[in-house]
Design a protein around this ligand. Structure first.
Ligand code: 5RP
Length: 229
């Protein structure tokens, strides 16, 4: 049986095969995307010519270190493809993302792409979203009012301000993250709309019908492509 890291490496290498010469692609963030970036770096060294739009500063930094050409989304126009990780995937391909705190840029880059392909190990597949706390990116100003409104509307069971070493976690775009705990998310689409209705909410980690394809790795070494409607 493969370790979780070996599974992530497998799907990262598999997904690199989708990247063709001359493509401009969105490059995901996280420990699974790491393996994709490493593999693309190796292929670039062998002559593959691509342009990437990173979904976070960390991904952009790694890509540059590996010699991959990095561009800006405004300069790039529509992207052929974005390949990114996920924290949860339901049977319809709805996602929770943002465990790494990059959800805003990830969603903008995905929306600018003809296709979002998800890479994940099989543990990310769930029957219903909500076990993984939903990251919600908020403006620091008055963020406690956002928490109050989420609680008043009963949108989730518990809201926690994400912190690192006792200080608020700051996103690449200088925002905070609220991690919202649920038992289950019954209607992800409505929840997304309700959260967006609260002033101060910048973006949610709910990616609703944004992906039609997930590359899933299993402990026995299989890598399978799951398609969604
Ligand atoms: C970062 C993300 C990641 O894609 C998500 O957290 C999955 O990460 P990993 O591959 O490390 O499990 O959304 O904001």
């Amino acid at each position: 049986m493969l370790s979780r890291e070996e599974i992530k490496k497998n799907v990262g290498i598999y997904a690199a095969g989708l990247v063709k010469p001359g493509m401009a692609i969105g490059l995901g963030t996280g420990t699974t995307a790491y393996w994709l970036i490493k593999e693309l770096g190796a292929r670039v060294k062998e002559g593959l010519q691509i342009m990437v739009i990173p979904t976070s500063a960390k991904t952009g930094q790694l890509a540059k270190e590996l010699g991959i050409a990095v561009s800006d989304l405004n300069a790039a126009g529509e992207l052929a493809l974005t390949i990114d990780g996920a924290d949860e995937i339901d049977p319809e391909g709805q996602l929770i993302k943002g465990g790494g705190g990059a959800l805003l840029q990830e969603k903008i880059v995905a929306a600018a792409s003809r296709e979002l392909v998800i890479i994940a190990d099989s543990s990310k597949q769930v029957d219903q979203l909500g076990k993984f706390p939903l990251p919600v990116e908020v403006i620091p100003f008055g963020y406690k009012q956002v928490i109050r409104q989420i609680n008043q509307q009963g949108l989730c069971s518990k809201v926690i301000l994400r912190q690192v070493n006792g200080y608020p976690f700051i996103t690449d775009h200088s925002h905070y993250i609220l991690d919202c705990e649920f038992v289950k998310i019954e209607d992800a689409s409505s929840l997304n709309v309700l959260l967006h209705g609260i002033p101060g909410v910048v973006e949610t980690g709910l990616f609703i019908h944004m992906t039609k394809r997930a590359i899933i790795g299993y402990p026995d070494g299989r890598v399978e492509v799951t398609m969604y409607k």
